[in-house]
Design a protein. Structure first.
Length: 271
């Protein structure tokens, strides 16, 4: 059964959704979708690999986190934790945090089958269960942030758990993708809604309760969340679609990648 069938999704809505309902929906969605997600994207994300985005940018090449050997690294929204396992192979001391037990079950199984187990924590990114200053680095590859109603809370929490000087690097859908449908083909080239429309995308069940929620922030919103949390923005990376890369990964495709960005990676640090 698909996640939609498990959750009884009957349609979609455009309405405001607060933090608690977003979190409930995200947890239920990722629990229900974990097996399908790994079946569909397992080969793309790998078992021990740090791929930032569908454009295929790897941390091994980009080095956005700087030197990680010996560092305590928090991965936010780690899913099955291939990035955290790769960090462990580089000598880092990673912790993989995720809201979904379904995703963390895959992380535990892959930790056992690969022989690279990392500590797993089930918690919400908006309320991190760690002491102030307990990490040297934090990262996220499409984890948590697109699904939370108040990303400013995540920024503040990550700043709190980082030591001064610590980096926080996170990848999200490029905000301009919001204007288009999630179609990797030609239909995904037509603007269907305003870039400035912050009303979330919501799927609902027969009672109207949210079963999947994605929140949009403009580039300016993201920068403001970072700055107001007291973090410093060092770079905004917009990976280009590499020539010859034929992968179609959800809404990301060579066709769209040749024309506009699909991913925004924010490189920040705690001063
Ligand atoms: C697209 S997956 C990305 C995970 C990982 N980078 C990967 O490629 O497998 C998004 C992850 O964010 C997690 N997530 C969603 N909302 C969250 C929240 N509020 N706090 C922590 N994790 C959350 C989901 O459970 C899911 O595992």
């Amino acid at each position: 059964m698909s996640a939609e069938q498990v959750l009884g999704t009957t349609g979609m809505a455009r309405r405001t959704v607060g933090s608690a309902e977003s979190r409930r929906a995200a947890r239920a969605w990722w629990d229900a979708d974990a097996d399908d997600y790994l079946a569909e994207h397992g080969d793309d994300i790998g078992e021990i690999d740090f791929v930032w985005c569908p454009e295929g940018l790897r941390e091994a090449d980009a080095r956005l986190l700087g030197e990680v050997a010996g560092k305590r690294v928090l991965e936010v929204g780690a899913g099955s934790a291939p990035c955290a396992r790769w960090l462990a192979t580089q000598g880092a001391r990673p912790v993989a945090l995720d809201l979904s037990a379904g995703m963390l079950r895959h992380a535990a199984a892959l930790g056992a089958s690969t022989g690279v187990a990392v500590p797993l924590v089930q918690a919400a990114a908006e309320r991190l269960p760690f002491a102030d200053g307990s990490f040297d680095v934090a990262c996220s590859a499409f984890g948590a942030i697109p699904f939370v109603a108040e990303p400013s809370r995540v920024m503040r929490e990550v700043k709190r758990v980082l030591r001064p000087g610590g980096r926080w690097v996170f990848a999200v859908n490029h905000p301009m993708r919001w204007m288009f449908s999630d179609d990797p083909g030609p239909d995904g080239l037509t603007v269907i809604q305003s870039y400035f429309d912050r009303m979330p995308y919501v799927e609902v069940d027969a009672t109207g309760a949210a079963t999947y929620v994605e929140h949009h922030r403009t580039l300016g919103d993201r920068v403001r969340d970072i700055v107001l949390a007291g973090l410093v923005l060092d770079d905004l990376v917009e990976p280009e679609w590499p020539e010859g890369r034929e992968t179609v990964w959800g809404q990301w495709s060579p066709l769209r990648g040749a024309l506009f960005p699909g991913t925004a990676i924010f490189v920040t640090h705690r001063p």
